[in-house]
Design a protein around this ligand. Structure first.
Ligand code: COA
Length: 270
């Protein structure tokens, strides 16, 4: 494990380690954790470092609890975007898309712990995570249309894939927000919990995921994330290839032997 920072520091993304799990906290509480270019760059840098860290089996992303109103992230930084030329706006969209694509492609589960507003880029970032837990009262939405712009961090596409065309278009075209319970009903959120229980619940879950067979964990993510955009036949072929690949690991022998010997498996991640 590497970087650590304490709440109140100047870091825009704080890192905290919890036995195999890293909690990343978006840290711009005075701006409801709005996603500035510098924050997105720090987030991408942190992800690059965590991707290959074998001690880290799962990642949780949340928003600083120090914000004056509970916030995961209230969007891309509007003040920053207001000064951008069209080319700079395109570059900014690219920066956000790189971070979101990196999250989605991580070889270990990334869970969004949504503790308040997840609007615009905040909703897009949460949607790029492998799944979402939300605090009661959290708000999800793509209000870009109210600013005369459209989502630029992959939101039109991920919202469509998460909740389907009709509900996605209603949210995108109205700019309205939905609360955590509505988001859960639409399948955007896995589970809603009381605000105080959010981080303990998600860290406990992340620890459990981190304790599972590392290669199988990585291949399941690969099969689901890469398979989701393939025709069923090609996606099943991908699954069969990845299934076959598990046969080449030390962990498959360990997992099968441990079951037959009625003992807990000891994974080596190879
Ligand atoms: N970008 C930059 N700053 C933002 C921001 C964003 N997306 N969202 C909030 N902030 C800032 C506000 O400007 C304010 O800063 P200030 O205190 O220096 O003036 C601070 O965060 C608190 O926000 P404020 O609007 O005063 O809080 P509120 O409780 O009245 O309203 C929201 C909360 C989320 C409803 C409101 O901030 C909002 O609509 N934000 C923008 C949401 C959005 O359109 N996101 C998509 C952007 S593409």
């Amino acid at each position: 494990m590497t970087t650590f920072a304490v709440p109140g520091s100047d870091e825009l993304v704080l890192q905290e380690c919890h036995e195999g799990v890293v909690l990343l906290t978006l840290n711009r509480p005075d701006k409801l954790n709005a996603l500035s270019a510098a924050l997105l760059e720090q987030l991408s840098d942190a992800l690059i470092e965590l991707e290959d860290d074998e001690e880290v089996g799962a990642i949780v992303i949340t928003g600083s609890p120090a914000a004056k109103r509970p916030a995961f992230a209230a969007g891309a930084d509007i003040a920053e975007m207001a000064k951008m030329s069209p080319l700079e706006l395109r570059q900014h969209a690219h920066l956000g898309q790189v971070a979101c694509t990196m999250i989605e492609g991580m070889p270990k589960p990334v869970i969004a712990a949504v503790n308040g507003f997840a609007l615009g880029g905040g909703c897009e970032l949460a949607m790029a995570c492998h799944f979402r837990y939300a605090a009661k009262g959290a708000q999800f939405g793509q209000p870009e249309i109210n600013l005369g712009i459209i989502p630029g961090f992959g939101g039109t596409q991920r919202l469509l894939r998460h909740i389907g065309k009709g509900p996605a278009l209603e949210l995108l075209l109205s700019g309205d927000s939905i609360d955590a319970d509505q988001a859960e009903r639409l399948g955007l959120v896995n589970r809603v919990v009381e605000p105080a229980a959010l981080i303990p619940t998600v860290i406990e879950l992340a620890r459990k995921l981190a304790s599972k067979a590392p290669v199988a964990r990585r291949l399941i993510l690969d099969a689901v994330i890469r398979g989701a955009d393939l025709p069923l036949e090609a996606a099943q072929a991908l699954e069969a290839d990845l299934f076959g690949l598990t046969g080449a690991t030390i962990d498959v022998r360990e997992g099968l032997s441990a079951f037959l010997e009625k003992r807990a498996a000891k994974w080596v991640g190879r």
